[in-house]
Design a protein around this ligand. Structure first.
Ligand code: ZN
Length: 77
């Protein structure tokens, strides 16, 4: 299927969300509380390095390949 340059939703199922594949590496201090309650770990991702592992965007619902993206996650057709 030809993907429109101004795609607004998945042409296969109409989903308004898509995802890209990434890998990440990083280190963090994982916070744990003495009383066993959930500790705040909001900064956990700040040190992480994200890297795109696929050149394509995929539909969130039906997992079909939608369009090609560049390094800045812009849509290429
Ligand atoms: Zn879809």
């Amino acid at each position: 299927m030809k993907i429109d340059k101004n795609i607004k939703c998945c042409p296969y199922c109409g989903s308004e969300e898509y995802y890209i594949k990434q890998s990440y590496t990083g280190t963090c201090n994982y916070n744990i509380r003495f009383d066993g309650k959930v500790a705040e770990n909001g900064e956990m991702w700040e040190e992480a390095q994200f890297k795109n592992t696929s050149k394509y965007a995929w539909c969130n619902e039906c997992d079909k390949k939608l369009f090609k993206i560049d390094e800045q996650l812009k849509q290429l057709t």
